[in-house]
Design a protein around this ligand. Structure first.
Ligand code: ATP
Ligand code: MG
Length: 413
């Protein structure tokens, strides 16, 4: 029992009025139990479509979680659709009727006749009490598959899931284990990574490896399904070692680790102090570094020398250099790094200058052109980068992360 499908029911989820947040929340919960969601669909308020969705999902998985359509109005059809699908008639449950009546009485109201339908369940199904609203949920089984129908209202759904569905699934005797681990990479494109990993990324493999890319970072998710936790852990461990061997220094961390955190640890371990001088990133790099608790141990100072005057006045960049080569140039990146190192006494210093856009680019110096200078052990190196001009924010973030990654690579060796 390792797989689930989620079916979210409601016209409002298909006409742009509402985003289906229920499914993603449930996916996270299921994964914590080792149950993988292999399909999620959004279905309109139409009985036939709902039955078709039940049929398709039941051929694929062991657990179906359905949200929405349990209300008292004509467009709430989940109860009917489930009864037809199970081929079980709906029967009035007096105990549920009394509970619904009490819910209204408790609020000084009289139950509307439309609420009566909520007291009906397919024969043989179990009611899941709703402590937040009127509609009970439904738990039914057919041919070994489990069906949980929950309310659409997110707060009611979450409470009912946590109180009844999660505990039920947790003690199910057939539950296997699925573990996930993330390998974090920087500086290597997704397609190059896929090429290097080859068959390891084949669909249907166990562990399964998925990749997602975001502004220069690539995350590889290794998902292992096994009978027990120890076995799943071993599978993940083996794959992690293989991936690290194939990708080398492109791997900077695992799971929740971030580049600023990893760089911070390296600086601490090496007892080195960092300073940064930023132009186009406007303090983003300093923000990333100081976002890590304890960064005062290794971060000395940061300058946002956005104007030429500030570069000259605060960091001693020569005006002739700016005049001759321009503010976005190799010599100015070098001078920024060295200026930050000298002014702060840092062991390692970064200078960044570039064109974030959307305006300000030219034929020779297009948007996305960034120079990063790195001062370390008395020597300064400069690298030129031409990032895709996909947006100001992306260029700035990419530049700051690339600088951090360069610091990481320097300290690794
Ligand atoms: P009710 O008893 O309140 O009628 P219900 O089970 O019939 O509950 P719906 O009528 O489908 O649920 O939805 C109730 C509310 O919850 C609506 O505001 C709807 O937009 C919201 N909702 C329904 N499904 C989802 C979902 N998948 N994600 C986020 N919100 C949802
Ligand atoms: Mg609805």
């Amino acid at each position: 029992m390792n797989t689930a499908c989620i079916i979210a029911i409601g016209n409002e989820l298909l006409n742009g009025q509402r985003v289906d947040t229920n499914s993603s929340w449930i996916q996270t919960q299921l994964l914590s139990l080792g149950i993988q969601t292999v399909g999620a669909s959004v279905v309109p308020d139409e009985t036939d479509r709902i039955i078709t969705a039940f049929q398709a999902a039941s051929e694929l998985v062991d657990v179906l979680i359905i949200t929405g359509g349990l209300g008292p109005t004509d467009d709430d059809l989940t109860r009917d659709a489930l009864a037809q699908f199970l081929d079980k008639p709906l029967e009035l449950r007096e105990d549920l009727l009394r509970e619904i009546e009490q819910f209204f009485e408790g609020r000084g109201l009289k139950m509307a006749s439309t609420n009566l339908v909520q007291a009906y369940l397919p024969t043989g199904a179990k009611a899941l009490p709703n402590s937040k609203g009127t509609a009970p949920g439904i738990y039914a089984q057919k041919e070994g598959k489990l069906y949980f129908c929950l309310p659409g209202v997110p707060s009611e759904m979450k409470t009912m899931y946590s109180e009844y569905v999660h505990p039920e699934l947790a003690i199910h005797p057939d539950r296997g284990v699925v573990l996930m681990s993330k390998v974090c990479c920087f500086g290597m494109g997704e397609s190059v990574i896929a090429e290097k990993l080859g068959d390891m990324m084949k669909r249907g493999r166990n562990p399964l490896i998925n990749s997602t890319a975001h502004i220069g970072e690539v995350a590889l998710h290794i998902i292992a399904a096994a009978d027990n936790e120890a076995q799943a852990r071993r599978m993940i461990e083996t794959d992690r070692e293989l991936v690290c061997g194939l990708l080398g220094e492109a791997v900077y961390g695992f799971d929740d680790q971030t580049l600023p955190e990893v760089v911070g640890t390296l600086l601490k371990e090496n007892r080195l102090k960092l300073a940064v001088a930023e132009s186009c990133t406007g303090g983003l790099l300093a923000e990333m570094v100081t976002g890590i608790p304890g960064s005062s141990e290794y971060f000395l100072a940061g300058w946002v020398t956005y104007s030429n005057q500030a570069k000259v006045r605060d960091l001693g960049v020569s005006p002739e250099l700016i005049e001759k080569y321009g503010a976005v140039s190799e010599p100015v990146a070098r001078a920024l790094a060295e200026g930050a190192a000298h002014a702060s006494g840092a062991d390692i210093a970064v200078g960044i200058t570039g064109i974030a856009g959307p305006e300000g680019g030219s034929g020779k110096k297009p948007v996305g052109l960034v120079y990063i200078g790195l001062f370390f052990k008395g020597k300064t190196e400069v690298q030129e980068f031409r990032f895709s001009p996909v947006g100001r924010e992306a260029v700035r973030r990419r530049a700051a992360l690339t600088a951090l990654n360069w610091v990481r690579l320097k300290l690794r060796v």
